[in-house]
Design a protein around this ligand. Structure first.
Ligand code: COI
Length: 357
């Protein structure tokens, strides 16, 4: 066990929050966790009130981009238990991102103990209504104050959270990108690196100006193969088969993506993880064999896609007929909030004794 220190807030903000109207990502739970890395060791793990942290203007994360993050959720069950969904997979992916960005590995016991301690203290921030959760943002930044370009010697890992509903409030309108590139083979596309999101903002903003929520990225070489969406992975149902781009080094290994695939296989659906061309998708949209399309992500959950645009032409799908996406989404939600048994071993119950801090 680590002896993380705890400094509690003297004034909780919980009473000011209307849980029926929660804007995504703007309201923060009372506390945060921080641990620092220096001289090859993680040290000084602590819980403190959520708030600004002192940063040097020369902080290397801000100049050279050694910054990675995760997104995960905690759910309150109808019988008041607290469940985390696949936290160990988030931990694994954090360390995969850390390796690629030349950052230190964070031991699993630090990740899990910090998470449980913090959740115990801020458990009242976990909403209970259907579709809501406490969105958790673990992240790591380089903290050297040094202007030279080299991997930092010092890092901080932190956790904070926000009560949320689903990220998207309507069905998605997406545009297939045929000019800009999110990730190329050999790059950092598979890492949850802050810079991936920064690089996507300008092309996404162009699509957003034209009324699309997100881009559907294509491969860097030919813009021929589909990759992923701005905040999520992409799925299509073509001729009754559930199809998604394969994990090939340029797309994020989404935990919701993986869960949807496992669940679909369990439900007996034919699943294909393989290259999908833009042409195949559009042809299927034209001839009606594309019956559903959706995005998956921790924040996005499972968001149905209504419009796919390519080179100025909109292909519209009848989202009211997206029965399979709805079924998957409900099934997954029921596993996450403990309403149906979790045969996959995904759900991690936060032990009640850790709630007695
Ligand atoms: C998530 O779904 O957790 C993400 O990280 C996507 C986004 C909010 C950046």
């Amino acid at each position: 066990m680590h002896n993380f220190s705890v400094t509690k807030t003297t004034k909780s903000r919980l009473g000011d929050v209307d849980f029926d109207v929660i804007p995504f990502g703007r309201i923060f739970a009372d506390h945060m966790f921080i641990i620092d890395y220096e001289d090859g060791e993680w040290k000084n793990g602590r819980i403190q009130p959520y708030g600004p942290i002192p940063l040097s203007p020369a902080l290397s994360a801000m100049h050279y981009g050694q910054a990675i993050f995760e997104g995960m959720k905690a759910y309150r069950t109808h019988d008041d238990r607290i469940l985390l969904f696949r936290p160990l997979d988030n931990h694994k992916r954090l360390n995969i991102s850390a390796e690629r960005m030349c950052m230190p590995q964070l031991p699993e016991d630090i990740f899990m103990e910090a998470l449980e301690l913090w959740l115990g203290i801020d458990s009242d921030w976990i909403p209970s209504s259907d579709g809501s959760a406490l969105y958790i943002r673990p992240f790591m930044i380089a903290t050297d104050d040094y202007l030279g370009v080299k991997p930092s010697n010092k890092y901080s890992f932190m956790i904070y959270g926000c009560p949320v509903n689903a990220y998207y409030t309507s069905h998605l309108r997406i545009r297939i990108e045929d000019k800009y590139v999110r990730a190329a083979q050999g790059g950092v596309g598979y890492a949850k690196a802050a810079g991936n999101y920064a690089a996507a903002m300008y092309p996404a903003s162009l699509a957003q100006k034209e009324g699309y929520h997100q881009l559907l990225w294509t491969d860097a070489l030919e813009h021929k193969y589909l990759e992923e969406l701005g905040t999520s992975n992409f799925f299509a149902i073509i001729n009754g088969r559930l199809i998604t781009p394969e994990i090939n080094g340029t797309i994020l290994h989404g935990i919701t993506r993986d869960s949807v695939l496992a669940l679909a296989r369990e439900l007996g659906t034919t699943v294909e993880e393989r290259p999908i061309t833009v042409e195949e998708l559009l042809q299927a949209a034209e001839d009606g064999s594309l019956t559903e399309a959706f995005a998956t992500g921790t924040a996005a959950t499972l968001a149905r896609i209504e419009v796919i645009n390519y080179k100025g032409k909109d292909y519209t799908l009848d989202v009211d007929k997206h029965q399979y996406a709805l079924e998957l989404s409900e099934h997954l939600n029921h596993i996450k909030n403990g309403r149906i048994p979790d045969i996959f071993g995904w759900v991690h119950e936060v032990e009640m004794h850790t709630l007695q801090v």
